[in-house]
Design a protein. Sequence first.
Length: 121
Amino acid sequence: MSRVTRGFKARRKRNKILKLSKGFRGARSRNFRSAITVVHRSLQFAYRDRRVRKREFRKLWITRINAASRLYGLKYSEFIHGLSLANVTMDRSILAELASSDNQKPFEAVVAVSKKALNKA
C-alpha cells in the first residue's frame, strides 16, 4: 500500500497555526511544534478576556459615575437607587458618558431627578 503524505491539507493546517502565531518572539512564530502550544494558549486567553473585558468596563463606568455623583452630594448607590425609584432606565455606559463629558448639564439634570425621587420616598 502506498504512503499518503497529506501534503496540501497538512500544509494548510500548519500555515493556519503559523499565521496565528505571527508576532510571537523567537521560534514560537516560526517553529510549528512550539507555535501550536502558544497559539492554543493565546486563544484560551482571548476567550477568557472577552468576558473579563465586560466586567472591567462595568467597573470603570461605576467608578466614573460615583466620582461625578459625589460632586452633587450623592453616593453611587444612592444615585442608582434614586434612578430606580424614578423609573429611569439608563444603563451605566450612558451615565458614565454623561458624567465624563465636558457639558455637565445633562448629568446634573439626571442627578436632580434622582434626588427628587429619593426625597419623595
